[in-house]
Structure formats: structure tokens, C-alpha cells
Design a protein around this ligand. Sequence first.
Ligand SMILES: *Cc1c(COP(=O)(O)O)cnc(C)c1O
Length: 419
Amino acid sequence: MKERDIRNMRPESLMMSHGYNPEWSEGAIKCPIFQTSTFVFKTAEEGKRFFEVAYGLRDKEPEEEMGLIYSRLNNPDLEILENRLCLWDGAEEALVFESGMSAISTMLLAHLNPGDIVLHSDPLYGGTDHFMNNVLTRFGINSFGVASWDDMDAVRAKIEEHGADKLKMIYIETPANPTNHLFDIEAYAELAKEYSTTDRKVLVAVDNTYMGPIWQHPLKAGADLVLYSATKYIGGHSDLIAGACLGSTEVMTPIRGMRTFMGSMAGPWTGWLLMRSLETLKVRMDQQARNAEKVADYLRDHPKVDKVHYLGHLTEADGEQYKIYKKQYTSGGAMLAFTVKGGEPEAFRFLNALNLVHLAVSLGSTESLAEHPATMTHADVDPVLKERMGINGSLVRLSVGVEYHEDLIADLAQALEKV
Ligand SMILES: *Cc1c(COP(=O)(O)O)cnc(C)c1O
């Protein structure tokens, strides 16, 4: 398709065809699974040229087509998928990984050096928290957290306390999991500029798993990197594990190199499944958001429910959080959390009584999923931090799926009756 046509079209129109030509594969309308480890060079000279570019020995000529070498470096299923992922976030480059954690850890290892410091939002996804606090620390890379209620002066004070001249990255998860607290990406991008020097640029990376790539676009708000657990909405069917990282060519080049040498790329079968998932991404997420609104409204009015954390319920009375919501999101999303009156026993009675909604961790799938953050996804988080963030015994997290909303509400109703 011509460049001009692509610019005029919405990503959802291009997910079925962009980047693939049926003539490459006997007219097959769908991109086949290139289940191959290696690719045959036409000549030795060609092989030499491909390696020169792949290993960065020289820059690619403007008209030069990059050839396929070996599936740890590149594979058609990954390349086409990566081109399609770029459209949603308006990124120059995307890289797909075997898991969200491998996307995150490969990105961190590519951009951080001993002595660097990372500022991150609290609470972090458990795996990311563990990697920062137990792995990066062994290499002399330390981090510290900020809360959604810290204003920029409080954040600056923390940066000074930890060493402003060592700050290398601001790593944000917004909305925070599971409480839906929001962080202002634009404000953190400004802060990164303030602390950048000519020889040390402070990078802003955003984990967009909760709201992307449809309802939040971190690169457009000034972030340098956006990360996904593609296991969640992008995959969307609870049948694969994958991750992605996107950004400009400049920031992605070191990550591409690190992926090659860590070997953390996704395989062709996972790439193919993700391309299939992308075709329905928009319709799935739109339906999930519509369902979530109805479910959240129902829970808000239920006598056995104390508090519902759902972005669509924010109002002007919520001050700064509401302002961030209005400027940074195009939907209330489909993730919510709520407290059942009582504590852990009441929350467990509710979870054990669910029928249609499955009791499982993960999120963003076609089926609705419920879990207990305090004892499951966030079991490992420091107890003091957990309490401060409101991750207590009565909190339940709900990922709303594509089922018929009245069936979902009926299931929640009968489970709440058991409490
Ligand atoms: C699941 C998740 C991850 C980790 O992704 P995996 O695909 O499980 O490795 C990272 N961040 C967030 C916000 C997640 O929900």
C-alpha cells in the first residue's frame, strides 16, 4: 500500500494487510508461519552485506533492502507484526519479545549502566519490581519509587536525595496496577528534560499494558519508550506469552542489539498468533470498555461493595487525577478493582463463588478474570508499601472481558450474595 494511503487510514483498517504482500507466498491472503531458523543467501556477497548491517559495521544504504539472516535476528512473522504494532503508537520501530518481562528486562539492560539510577512509579508490576530490586542492584543500578500523590516538588526532592547527576531513566506504569492511580506522562517527560545534560539524556519509559495501544499513547505525550506485556490485551485470548517495546530508531537500536545477544525475541508461531489477535484488537477492547462501565456502575451501587477503583468514575472532585485522566486517556478502560466489605475472608468467599468470571491472574483477555492482588499478583510487594497503596485483604481486581454484560453482572451478583 502507498505511504499516503497508510497515513490516512486508522490502524484498525490496516491490521489485516499492512506490511505483507500475498505475492511473496503463492497468493496466500494471510502471512504464513515462517517456521524456520535460518534463511538461504543468494550469494556469499549478499550474506556479507546483510551481516554488515545487522551487526552495525556500516549503516544501511537508503535504497538497500535488509535481508533475512537467522530467526534470532529477524523473521518475517516478527517483522510484519512489528510494522503493524508501530501504527497504533505512532512509533518508528517496534521489537517483539518472548514475554513482557523479557521486553522490560532487555530494554533496561540495553540502556542502563553501573552507577545509573532509575526513578519509578509505585506500585510496579511484581516482575519489574523484582528485576529492579534484585537483579539490577547486583550490577550497581539502583532505583527509587514515587507515588501518584507526590507533587513535582516532592519528586524533585527525591531525585536530589538519590543523586540528580546519576538519574538515567524514569520508568512509569500508568494506570498503576491494581489501584488505577494515574501518573502524568507529559509532566515526567518535562522533568526528564530538566535533568538531562548534553552527554546524558534521561529516558522516559512507560509500561502501557493496562491501556494500550488503544486508549493511551505515551510516545505522543513525550515518552521515549513504550512497553507491553502483549500477553494481555494485544494477545487477548489467554493463549500466549509475549512482549513488545517501541520508540524511535535512536532509542530502539541498542535494544535491538541487546535482544539479538540475549536471544529474547518471540518465535514465529507467537508472532503469527499476535498478528491474528491484532485484527480484532480494537473491537475487543471497545467491547471490554463498554462492559466495564456497566459492571463498574453496578458495583458502585452494591451494598456489599465499599470502593470501586474505575477510571470512568473520576470526577472534578478527584482534582489532579481527573485532569490527568481527561488529557491522557480516551476511555475508562476495562480494568477495575473494588473492595468487598470486610476483609480477606469476604473477598475469598466472593472469588470462590464466581462461575462465569474465572479466578485467575493476567488481564485483558476475552474472558473476564478476577484475582486477589494482596495475596496473588502483589504477594511479594513490601507490606508497608502495599498498605499505603491500598492493596489490602478486601481488594479484588477484575479484568472485564467481551461476554454479554448482563451475564457478567448476574455472576457478580450471585457471588456477592455469598459474602
Ligand atoms: C503481565 C504484565 C507484565 C509482564 O508481562 P509477561 O508477559 O507476563 O512477562 C508487565 N507489566 C504489566 C503491567 C503486566 O500486567
